[in-house]
Design a protein around this ligand. Structure first.
Ligand SMILES: Cc1cc2nc3c(=O)[nH]c(=O)nc-3n(C[C@H](O)[C@H](O)[C@H](O)COP(=O)(O)O)c2cc1C
Length: 187
């Protein structure tokens, strides 16, 4: 019998199709305030968030579109702008401080990943889903500077967030059983 957490972990899927329902600012804050109880190894939390909602989505959309070539703009620009400004209620960027020490940097990224998984599970419980994107534009300076990320920061991912369109929940990608993944060392 699955308990609450196990059920949500198994059930959660990456969501790319949302209803029109906006997400209230306070509801987003409540989710973030719970998700930040993820573990981290630095003195202070390594993360901060930039959230685009309502008309602010155009700032996000313009930043993505500024990474397109003229040919891509011509072909995909209008559709992408519609997707970002109308069809996706919230864009949430998870950013960490750059660390000079590569190991500390790795730890900051790992902590941010734990935070994002917390957020996915908490959101799912409320009928909110998202896709975690690390696609090309995330790595382009022209994008990061326009969305307000400083050169001393690193973007861990862009989350496109909204209430789940229940007709478009993808089928799960299968997971290997742990029996295939474990090396037992028992003496
Ligand atoms: C670090 C990371 C980066 C990801 N980047 C993308 C991405 O750029 N585009 C995308 O469509 N999905 C992205 N995903 C989502 C995965 O495609 C998705 O988690 C995977 O297909 C498994 O599906 P599930 O989340 O429904 O179990 C990313 C996931 C992770 C953990």
């Amino acid at each position: 019998m699955e308990n609450g957490i196990e059920r949500i972990i198994r059930e959660r899927r990456t969501i790319k199709s949302f209803t029109d329902r906006p997400i209230e600012k306070q509801d987003l804050l409540n989710l973030l305030n719970a998700a930040v109880w993820a573990p981290f190894h630095s003195k202070e939390e390594p993360w901060r968030f930039i959230i685009f909602r309502e008309k602010g989505r155009k700032v996000f959309s313009d930043a993505v579109l500024s990474t397109y070539t003229p040919a891509e703009l011509e072909r995909f620009g209008e559709g992408a702008a519609k997707e970002y400004c109308d069809k996706t209620p919230v864009h949430l960027l998870v950013v960490v401080r750059e660390e000079r020490d590569p190991w500390k940097m790795k730890e900051a990224m790992l902590a941010a990943a734990a935070f994002i998984q917390n957020l996915q599970l908490l959101a799912w419980e409320q009928g909110i889903g998202f896709v975690w994107k690390t696609s090309e534009y995330n790595r382009e300076n022209v994008f990061t500077s326009q969305v307000g990320i400083s050169p001393e920061e690193c973007l861990i991912g862009t989350l496109h967030v909204g209430y789940i369109n229940k007709d478009h929940v993808p089928k799960p990608r299968p997971r290997k059983p742990a029996e295939e993944l474990v090396t037992w060392v028992e003496g």
